[in-house]
Design a protein around this ligand. Structure first.
Ligand code: C5P
Length: 231
């Protein structure tokens, strides 16, 4: 890493969050006095490492312009895409003019509002001199089953199983190339899987278990609990 290497954050926030069964996308639900997305962006800004945070928002999204954070310095809006990877590529395009291929990009889910500044710093410190990059992850405490229909057809070796969290940290050029090459591939559910398909092996950095993704209605209460605990 050179002194001129910049850090960027990309936040895909163009999902509809069907599993939440709410009247609006889950990133706009309120928890502890702010929307999920405002908590997420506030934490990223508090890290004070990013040149900009590029947020991918659906073009017809009526909620975004109402958020105070939308007009904040350091926030760049990009158009959302059909899939998460399309949204990330669109956000990368929005910072193209200022970013260089060797800069680091930390992609973070809009729906993970409990990310801490300390986990962002840990990820960056662990990987800033790495050749490939990597992700925050959690080891699995549960035994995991391979299931077909409702039948268990195998048990996975837990020693080798980690749950992928975000942020996921890759160099701008590599990330863009990996996402472009794998566009439309249903196996690509995060940035690391696109990089893996290039034959590379991203690293894992053990993150905090409170970095949950708000997915189901009950996750909101849990997010509120963690946000208050972290104060
Ligand atoms: O649905 P899921 O929780 O897996 O989405 C992960 C993240 O990707 C969310 O922050 C969501 O808003 C974002 N996303 C997106 N564009 C899409 C689909 C999902 O930005 N087309």
């Amino acid at each position: 890493m050179t002194d001129s290497t910049q850090f960027w954050s990309v936040v895909p926030a163009a999902g509809v969050g069907k599993r939440m069964q709410a009247d609006r996308p889950k990133q706009y639900l309120e928890v502890s006095g702010k929307t999920v997305l405002e908590h997420t962006l506030t934490r990223l800004l508090q890290a004070e490492v990013f040149t900009s945070v590029a947020v991918a928002i659906s073009t017809d999204d009526p909620f975004w312009p109402r958020l105070a954070v939308a007009g904040q310095a350091g926030i760049v809006r990009a158009a959302g895409g059909k899939e998460r990877a399309d949204s990330v590529l669109s956000a990368l395009g929005a910072i193209r003019a200022q970013a260089s291929d060797d800069d680091w990009v930390l992609v973070h889910d809009a729906a993970r509002p409990c990310i801490t500044v300390s986990d962002i710093a840990l990820l960056i410190d662990s990987l800033k001199n790495d050749a490939v990059g990597g992700i925050l992850a959690l080891s699995s405490h549960d035994t995991l089953k391979n299931v077909e229909g409702r039948n268990i057809v195998g048990t996975l070796d837990r020693a080798h199983i980690w749950r992928a969290l975000t942020p996921q940290m890759f160099r701008y050029g590599l990330l863009k190339q990996a996402l472009e090459q794998t566009q439309g591939n249903p196996a690509v559910t995060d940035e690391a899987s696109a990089v893996e398909l290039m034959g590379l092996q991203p690293k894992i950095v053990e993150g905090r278990p409170d970095n949950i993704k708000v997915t189901r209605p009950e996750d909101l209460a849990l997010a509120q609990f963690y946000l208050e605990q972290q104060q």
